[in-house]
Write a protein that binds this ligand. Structure first.
Ligand SMILES: O=C(O)CCC(=O)C(=O)O
Ligand SMILES: [Fe+2]
Length: 348
């Protein structure tokens, strides 16, 4: 799809109402009344796990216990002492702002909504199929071996180096967590290597949510579950991320330089439902822009994902069908963000 849709940031900048502000939410962003963010959100803090002891063979089992408890009960947790250097994180945040603070003419050189571009500056998720647009723009970068060139090499110079450094740090963290998540389920690192397709592709999305005149009418990002293996998310200090547990929504309180980790659909499928992929969303506010940097790790598009035999038996048949990951991703992009973890229907 050619990207004819004007981005949100550009719409605000060129607004006839001036002063870089829109006085009202444009109709294209207003959700039907039954499908808006209720104001009641639980305050309970999600698990915060210090993972530095994962490197100590004596202390590792205790950290694995904390991780597996968080995975089973929340599917979302925050990690601290994660090994990604503060200066790498600060430089990445600054680089993202440098990108979004450029004039629209510079940003638009990367304009592209298509899901197969190595780098793209896009708006909402897929305006072509959405009933209402989300209140955000996104800069995404892909490294999907075999599908396209490595987008990290194609970024503008003002942010390339910072993105590459950040990516290397987060790759290591993701690998550590990926192994820990399976080890916590009783699958040894040796078996993971044999049985689980490696987390060989990365899509990074830098979400930019400008302040919104009426956050009750729209979402920053509408409810969805992530489709890959795990997502490593860096929030800023502005709250907005909420997750669904049971019938309640919980705020994920920002913690300085902590990463938010969430399990995504392919972990639910591989674990035959032992771990769940969790529905989440982001809301906006009237005062402050918010930025979040999501690294979505997944298998190669050619990988076939099905419940591991470790988690199936005569009494516990496979609850999901085998699906080729590339088909899963195509379905995700073509339908738009779906509530109720509906992307998983493709494997049911
Ligand atoms: O902005 C956030 O906190 C969440 C973003 C998110 O869920 C996503 O990009 O998939
Ligand atoms: Fe997400």
């Amino acid at each position: 799809m050619a990207c004819a849709v004007i981005g949100l940031q550009e719409m605000i900048e060129t607004s006839a109402e001036r002063a870089g502000q829109l006085q009202a939410v444009p109709d294209a962003f207003i959700r039907p009344p039954h499908d808006r963010s209720p104001s009641l959100v639980q305050e309970q803090q999600l698990p915060v796990i210090d993972i530095s002891d994962l490197h100590d063979p004596h202390l590792r089992p205790l950290v694995l216990q904390h991780i597996s408890h968080a995975c089973a009960h929340w599917g979302f947790f925050q990690v601290v002492n994660h090994g990604v250097k503060d200066e790498v994180i600060q430089e990445m945040r600054a680089a993202c702002w440098r990108f979004f603070n450029q004039p629209a003419s510079e940003r638009n050189k990367f304009k592209g909504q298509e899901n197969e571009l190595p780098v793209g500056y896009a708006t909402s998720f897929n305006p072509a199929v959405e009933i209402a647009r989300d209140w955000k723009d996104v800069l995404y970068v892909r490294d999907v071996p075999g599908m396209c060139s490595n987008g990290f090499n194609l970024l503008p110079e003002i942010c390339r180096e910072a993105f590459q450094q950040y990516r290397s740090g987060v790759d290591e963290l993701a690998k550590l967590l990926f192994e820990s998540i399976f080890e916590g389920l009783g699958v040894s690192i040796a078996s993971i290597k044999v049985k689980v397709p490696p987390a060989a592709q990365l899509v990074m999305g830098v979400n930019f949510y400008p302040p919104c005149p009426d956050p009750s009418l729209t979402y920053g990002i509408s409810p969805h579950s992530d489709v890959g293996y795990v997502t490593v998310l860096l929030q800023d200090e502005v709250p907005g991320l909420q997750i669904k547990k049971g019938e309640n929504w919980y705020l994920v309180k920002p913690l300085p330089n902590a990463f938010v980790i969430n399990l995504a659909d392919q972990i639910e499928i591989l674990s035959n439902g032992k771990y769940k992929s969790i529905e989440h969303r982001a809301v906006t506010n009237t005062d402050k822009p918010r930025m979040s940097i999501a690294c979505f790790y997944g298998p190669l598009n050619s990988a076939i994902i099905a419940p591991l035999t470790d988690f199936t038996s005569e009494n516990e048949p496979a609850r999901y069908n085998a699906v080729k990951y590339g088909d899963y991703v195509r379905n995700f992009y073509s339908k738009g963000l779906l509530p109720d973890r509906a992307t998983l229907n493709l494997a049911r």
